[in-house]
Design a protein around this ligand. Sequence first.
Ligand code: AP5
Length: 191
Amino acid sequence: GGDTQKPFIAFVLGGPGSGKGTQCTKIASDFGFAHLSAGDILRHEIASGSEKGELILEIIKEGRIVPSEITVELIRKAMEMNNAKRVLIDGFPRCEENRIAFERIVGTEPDIVIFFDCPEDEMVKRLLGRNQGRVDDNIETIKKRLKVFESLNIPVVDYYSSRGKVHKINATGTADEIFEAVRRLFSSLRL
Ligand code: AP5
């Protein structure tokens, strides 16, 4: 080992259904990033059948936010196991508390923040149309997730905007069209 260089970290934010996961898959394969999805990491913990997973399931079913120490510790472990030079952290931080916990526990800040900007009605349409619907893809929970996004996640975007770290991408149109803008952005980065 011996490579102690800090990885290049991109936080990927956007409302539920804005296409974070879809775009991250493409970025990962075209630009050599490891893709860590906060939601997938939590769902993986649920699938393991652990006590922690049961608690997480209750929270996710209601569209609420999982306690920061749990999420950040799982992300920290995933980063450590991946040991990648470039990392996308998809769907995180969800709230100011998440952001502060990451800075404290992982001890670093993101290099950039990508924000997928998408109108609510488009996000709802995509989530309801998702092929194998998730436990949180019913209209009631979707509405809660949108509320949580507006009240808790937008302040995080504003915080990083004030630090000049946010790259806003128009997330309407087809996934390929959106990726064109994403590709331009990542090509312009000095990685
Ligand atoms: P998470 O898994 O992060 O879900 P989300 O933010 O609600 O976002 P989604 O994964 O549903 O959507 P996405 O933006 O990735 O879009 P996707 O590409 O899938 O979080 C789920 C829950 O976990 C949270 O509610 C919370 O409870 C908990 N959680 C997560 N992170 C947490 C944290 N940090 N702290 C605490 N709790 C946390 O696309 C959606 C659909 O649209 C797909 O079917 C896709 O095929 C389609 N689609 C994508 N792009 C397009 C396009 N351009 N046009 C048409 N359709 C498209």
